[in-house]
Design a protein around this ligand. Structure first.
Ligand code: NAD
Ligand code: IPM
Ligand code: MN
Length: 351
């Protein structure tokens, strides 16, 4: 029996509550489809930081480099500044392992009410393809004239040709497999004078390689408005690191709750392990109450199986989620009263 070695980083807050449900469902689907998992649990988190002064050991990434995948909950909790916790764990995983694609589906599921009026399943069904290794997320820059009246900070935004072209090609390749074959670019070339015109230039160049794919381009401000008013316009949306981050919270919010939104940090070349984690964070406001929605974590597990070559088992998880969303228990963010474990067990039972 094939056994996958998975690094488990539950992390902080509700990461620790939703992770066991993800594992429960993956174990269940593995039993059905004839493969198994070795879960290599790493305690790396803000709690770990409090004890050791760093988010993971110095050789942390080396410890998981040869694993088949990384399954992650959430990183960041009050007590450790967010940029310290995230740049100490999640961002190094994404960068060191060249997970330059952050792939996040946005889908209105049957039985889930959308906060947008009169939207039904099928009306909202698109992918956010977010650049995940560069862009606005950088640690290059600094403070000048500290303490003086003239004090200021700067920070570089980096769009490399390689990094920009490869994320755009990924978006176009994904669109090729879709019915509507449409890629939308998120830009802001009216206000951001160097990087964003470059983004547009590369979008035009890469789209020329895909004459059969329709394209659109919107500035990020009006694009957010279109997400709310015309979510049916979108099929594949490609954006920089920051724009993709924002769109991948807004999109799922339009489909009911970010609690069900999954994500994949992918190294498409499979030279390094990819990392699968929900879109949401550690939710300090509800952590420890056992009421977090585990579906984002569970669906991220389905994306992991797809990446590992088990499309059928992955589809089985999504089908089980759909079944439970239709007539099973729901957590409070979806208007229900069920707890995290009840929803996880219901989905595992539906496999
Ligand atoms: P958040 O996603 O943690 O929470 C935002 C809101 O959504 C909260 O009201 C929360 O209760 C709710 N929510 C989130 N997930 C939910 C779920 N599964 N079920 C029900 N409700 C859910 O965002 P935040 O408050 O901005 O961030 C909290 C911490 O998490 C910060 O430290 C942040 O940096 C970190 N964070 C980490 C990741 C990650 O690890 N990928 C992602 C986002 C935020
Ligand atoms: C996400 C999160 C992270 C990001 C933060 C926590 C650094 O918001 O995964 O979407 O911005 O990438
Ligand atoms: Mn985010």
């Amino acid at each position: 029996m094939k056994t996958y070695r998975i690094a488990v980083v539950a992390g902080d807050g509700i990461g620790n509550e939703v992770m066991p449900e993800g594992i429960r469902v993956l174990d269940a689907v593995g039993r059905k489809y004839g493969f198994g998992f070795h879960w290599d649990e790493k305690p790396w988190s803000c709690e770990y930081y409090a004890k050791h002064g760093h988010m993971m050991p110095a050789d942390g990434l080396a410890q998981i480099r040869n694993h088949d995948a990384i399954y992650l909950g959430a990183v960041g909790f009050p007590g450790v500044p967010d940029h310290v916790s995230l740049w100490g764990l999640l961002i190094p995983i994404r960068r060191e392992f060249q997970q330059y694609v952050n792939l996040r589906p946005v889908r209105l599921m049957p039985g889930v009410p959308s906060p947008l009026a009169n939207r039904k399943p099928g009306d909202i069904d698109f992918w956010v393809v977010r650049e995940n290794n560069e862009g606005e997320y950088s640690s290059i820059g600094g403070k000048m004239y500290a303490g003086l009246e003239s004090e200021f900070v700067t920070q570089l935004t980096i769009l490399s040709k390689k990094g920009t072209d490869r994320i755009m090609r990924f978006a176009f390749e994904l669109a090729k497999k879709r019915k509507r074959k449409h890629v939308t670019s998120a830009t802001k070339s009216n206000g951001i004078a160097i990087t964003m015109p470059y983004w547009d230039e590369r979008f035009k160049a890469i789209s020329a390689e895909y004459p059969d794919i329709k394209t659109s381009s919107y500035h990020i401000d009006i694009l957010t408005a279109h997400f709310v008013q015309h979510p049916d316009w979108f099929d594949v949306v490609v954006g920089t690191n920051l724009f993709g981050d924002i769109l991948s919270d807004l999109g799922p919010a339009c489909t009911g709750t970010i609690g069900i939104a999954p994500g994949a940090n992918i190294n498409p070349e499979k030279e390094f392990p990819s990392c699968f984690e929900p879109v949401h964070g550690s939710a300090p406001d509800i952590a420890g109450k056992g009421i977090a929605n585990p579906i984002g974590q569970i669906w991220s597990g389905a994306m992991m199986l797809d990446h590992l070559g088990h499309g059928d088992a992955s589809d089985a998880i999504v089908a089980a989620i759909e079944k439970v969303l239709k007539d099973g228990p729901r957590t409070r963010d979806m208007g229900g009263t069920a707890n995290t474990v009840e929803v996880g067990k219901a989905i595992a039972a539906a496999i």
